[in-house]
Each structure stands twice: as structure tokens, then as C-alpha cells.
Design a protein around this ligand. Structure first.
Ligand SMILES: Nc1ncnc2c1ncn2[C@@H]1O[C@H](COP(=O)(O)OP(=O)(O)OP(=O)(O)O)[C@@H](O)[C@H]1O
Length: 294
């Protein structure tokens, strides 16, 4: 993403005399960051996400920055006159991919979400869960600079939910930004760089996003790596971790949400020279130390 996406004094209301749903909202979404938006029902979360995705315009205020964006809406219109593969290929070309690349990317995302068997199924005949996999695949296949997810996990099976968490980790590790709303407080618990709550039309930043009680409620993996004393861990690796501590010079103990462990290991093992991975294991006993995040 070239520049931050920035909302300045943004307000939105529906209809000339409608009540303000959002007002005076300032928000910056930087490349490589994960942002969570929370709030009670009907407070304006979807309204905010549509503004971020530039699918809607503010009634007042300004939005600047135009990252290449993909959006998973809360309600995906699945009754479309396409097969699954035809639809995803079409969407890929809309995102600027060649037909062949779009088709390959579509096939690979369907595979990852366990929906390859539905490639030739008409969209209108999909179950709710399969349709949601297509909704998610259409957003991921173009590797957007900004990915906006409105309750995207709802309706997915457990394997697909985990896969979507991995996909989010990959996006941010690749320098993309992800903004999401999800009703489950355990979703990517401890991972977001920032969490905002929509309250009375405004945004309140949660200052406890690292040390919140949510941290540690999601499964975490403990990764111990070694490198020459004094060598800094790669920034892409640090972005994925909930906590990092150099226990002895050159030995780092990294606590990472389980959803992000694959990405962390890939970054460490493809670094030049690669880091030596001493151990990888589930860490059910030691909650991340909020104070040790870099
Ligand atoms: N297109 C629209 N036209 C008129 N009013 C709308 C429209 N979209 C949303 N609203 C109203 O704006 C308010 C905020 O809705 P929004 O869907 O953004 O909230 P939300 O926090 O995402 O809700 P939920 O948690 O129920 O999904 C609600 O009062 C809703 O009725």
C-alpha cells in the first residue's frame, strides 16, 4: 500500500435528516497493520467498513488514500449467474489479473478453503457456508493492499476459519492492511495492532489491545529461535508476534497466535541467513507478556 488510508472528521448519515451514524471520525490505516473494529449491534461498524472500502462516501469529512482494496460484506450476494470458478475468475480480472492468473488463483483459494469440489457449481446452488468461502476467496485472490472483512468468519467451518486467520496473517506480513469486524472476541485475539470501539457515532481506541484479557484466550504457539547475538529479528516476524523476549543473547522466545505461526516460521526460515528454529510448540501455560512486545 502506497499511503495510509486516512479518515478525517468523517461523518455519515442516511437521508438528509437521518440521525448521524458516525460523526467526527478520525482513523488512519497503515500498511502492514491489523485493525479490529468493535461495537454493539447497529452502532455503525458496517457503515465504517464500507467507507474504508470506498464503497460508500462520507456525508461530511474527508477520506484520502486509495489502496487496492477488497471487501467481504456481511451479506454476500450469492445468487449470481456464474459458476464458482467463473465468478472468481471474473472477479480476478476485475482486480486486474489476467484470465489465466485469475483462474489459477481462484483454484488455489478454493483448495485452501476446502471448496475445490464446488468449482463448477452454480453460485445460486451453494450452501451458506460454501458461499461464504467464495465471498472470502474473491477478496483474497487479488492480494489486496487493504482487505476489509465484515463478519467474514461467520458461516465458515472450523478449518476454513483457521485458514482465513492464516490468510490475514499472510496479508499483513506481505505489507497489506487488514481491517475486520467479528462478533467473536477470540478472533485473532492479541494480534491486532489497534482495536477501536464504535460508541455514539465516534471511535474510541482501546489502549489495552496488547494486554487485553483477550490475549491468551486464543491458542498460541511458542517459537524459540537462535541467531548471532545482536542480530535483530526481521520486522515482518515481529509484526506477527504477541510477545518477544531475548532470553539469552541470540536466543529469542516468541509467543505467536497459532494462526500466525506458519507465517512467522516462513519469515524466519527464508531470512538471509535463516534463523535457527530451536523449538515450536503449543504454549498453553505462559500467557504472552504484554510488556515485552517490541
Ligand atoms: N443503507 C442504509 N440506509 C439507511 N440506514 C442505514 C443503512 N445502512 C445502515 N443504516 C443504519 O445505520 C445504523 C448503523 O448500521 P450498521 O449496519 O453500520 O451498524 P453495525 O454496527 O454494523 O450493525 P450490526 O452489528 O447489527 O451489523 C443502523 O441504525 C442502520 O439501520
Amino acid at each position: 500500500m502506497q499511503r495510509d488510508l486516512r479518515l478525517t472528521a468523517v461523518g455519515r448519515r442516511y437521508g438528509i435528516r437521518g440521525p448521524w451514524v458516525l460523526r467526527g471520525v478520525d482513523l488512519a490505516v497503515a500498511p502492514g497493520t491489523l485493525t479490529r473494529i468493535e461495537g454493539a449491534n447497529g452502532t455503525g461498524k458496517s457503515t465504517l467498513l464500507r467507507l474504508l472500502a470506498r464503497l460508500d462516501s462520507p456525508t461530511e469529512g474527508r477520506i484520502t488514500g486509495r489502496p487496492h482494496t477488497a471487501f467481504v460484506p456481511e451479506r454476500f450476494p450469492s445468487a449470481l449467474p456464474f459458476t464458482v470458478l467463473g465468478y472468481l475468475t471474473h472477479l480476478g480480472t476485475v482486480h486486474g489479473l489476467s484470465r489465466g492468473t485469475a483462474q489459477r488463483a481462484a483454484g488455489s483459494w478454493l483448495e485452501r478453503f476446502g471448496a475445490a469440489a464446488y468449482a463448477d457449481t452454480p453460485m445460486a446452488r451453494l450452501s451458506k457456508g460454501s458461499s461464504q468461502k467464495v465471498a472470502v476467496a474473491q477478496a483474497l485472490l487479488a492480494e489486496p493492499e487493504l482487505l476489509v472483512l465484515d463478519e467474514a468468519w461467520t458461516g465458515l467451518d472450523a478449518a476454513a476459519r483457521a485458514e482465513l486467520e492464516r490468510a490475514v496473517a499472510e496479508r499483513t506480513a506481505a505489507g497489506g492492511a487488514v481491517v475486520f469486524v467479528d462478533h467473536d472476541p477470540r478472533r485473532l485475539a492479541g494480534v491486532p495492532d489497534a482495536t477501536y470501539t464504535v460508541v455514539e457515532g465516534g471511535l474510541k481506541r482501546r489502549t489495552d489491545s496488547v494486554s487485553s484479557p483477550d490475549v491468551g484466550t486464543g491458542p498460541v504457539t511458542l517459537v524459540v529461535v537462535q541467531g548471532p547475538p545482536g542480530r535483530q529479528l526481521p520486522p515482518d516476524a515481529l509484526r506477527t508476534v504477541a510477545a518477544a523476549a531475548e532470553t539469552v543473547p541470540g536466543t529469542h522466545r516468541l509467543t505467536v497466535p497459532a494462526s500466525h505461526s506458519d507465517v512467522l516460521l516462513r519469515v524466519l526460515l527464508t531470512a538471509r541467513p535463516p534463523w535457527h528454529v530451536v523449538s515450536v510448540g503449543a504454549d498453553g501455560t505462559t500467557p504472552p507478556d504484554p510488556g515485552s512486545r517490541p
